[in-house]
Design a binder for this molecule. Sequence first.
Ligand SMILES: *Cc1c(COP(=O)(O)O)cnc(C)c1O
Length: 391
Amino acid sequence: MPALPPLNPPIRTLLGPGPSDIHPRVLAAMARPTVGHLDPYYLQVMDKVQGGLRELFRTTNRMTFAVSGTGSAGMEATVVNLIEPGDAMIVGVNGVFGGRMTDVAERAGAKVTKIERPWGEVFTPEEVQKAVDAVKPKVVGIVMAETSTGAYQPIEEIAKIVHDAGALLLVDAVTSLGGVPVEVDKWGIDAIYSGTQKCLSCPPGLAPVSFNQRAMDVILGRKTKVQSWYLDVTMLANYWGSDRVYHHTAPINMSYGLYEAVSIILEEGLDACFARHALNHRALKAGLAAIGIKYAAQEGYQLPMLNAVHVPAGVDEAKVRSDLLNRFGIEIGAGLGAFKGKVWRIGLMGYGARPANVYLVLSALEQLLAEQGCKFEAGASVAAASEVYRG
Ligand SMILES: *Cc1c(COP(=O)(O)O)cnc(C)c1O
C-alpha cells in the first residue's frame, strides 16, 4: 500500500458548538517535546494545570484535575463516582446534554427522576424545590450552558435548594467554563466537569473536573467500588495528588495544550474574558436582529458563547451551512433533536469570540440569505454589530 496522502486539513473558522477555534499558542504548545508522564517536568506541568483550573473554577478544591477524555468523560467521571446502584438522582433535561446525563446516570445504576423543560427554556428554583422535596435525591445534576439550545441556566439558587435538602449538586460546565462566571466555591457546587474544546480554545481531549470535600466524603464512604476503573477518582487522586502513583499514561501533549489555554485566560483575566464574550454576543445578536433572525433560547437566559437562532422561513438551512463551509470556510452548527432543521448554532467561544468573527459570519450569512431571497437592507447586520462595538 502506498503511503497515505499528505495530511492537509483545511483552515476553517470554527463558529459552531465545538470544537471551537484553537488559539495558535495552544497548538504551538502541543508540538513541544513529549516527556514521560512521571518526569519531574511533567509533574510540575500537572501542578500548574491544577492550580490554573482552580482559578478558572474559582475553587480551592484539592480534587481539581483534568480527566483524560473529552467533556463526556468528565460527565461520566463525576456521575460514576457519586452514584451507587439504586441511588436517587434528579436530572434537569431541557436539551441534549441533560438527556445524556440521564443515560450515563442510569447506566451507573441511578434511579433517575427527570425534570423537563421545553428546549430553549431554563429551570426555575421552584421547580427544582418541588422535585427535590418529592424525590429526596442523593445527587441533582444540571447543565449550566445547554449547548443544544443556547439556554443559560442560573445555578446559585438551585445550589442552595439542593444543599438544604442534603443532596449534592453536579453541574455540567462543558460550555460555560471560560465563557461565563462559574463560581464553584461561592455557589457551593459539589462536583463539576468541563471540556477543553469549547471556551478554553484547546482541542478536544481533556475534561477539567472538580470535587469538593462533601463530594469526596460521599465517594470515600461508598459501599461499592466505582463501576469504572479508569475514572475512579480515588485512584486518580493518587496520581494527581502528592503520591504520584502510576494510574494511566496521561496525554502529555494535551496537558501542554491545556496548560497554555489556561495560562492565556489567566493573562487576559477571567472578568475581562467574560466581558469579551458578552460584548461579541451582543454585537452578533444586534447584527442578526437587523436581518430578521431571532434567538431560540428564552429571552434573558441566552448564552453569550452559543447563539442558537431560528432559521428564517423559507430558507434551506442545510444549504446555508454547506455554503458557509465550502465558500467561506466557516463552520456553524445545525440544530439537534427538537431543533433539527429549525435552528442554527453559532458559537463565539474562547479565542473565537472576537469582532473579526462576528463581522465575518454576519457578512457571509447576509450574502447567502440574500441569494435565497431573504429581504433586508444590504449591510444592515454589519452596521448593527458595528454600532454595538462603538458603544
Ligand atoms: C460538548 C458538550 C458535552 C460533551 O463534550 P464532548 O467533548 O463532546 O465529549 C457535554 N455537555 C455539554 C453542555 C456540551 O456542550
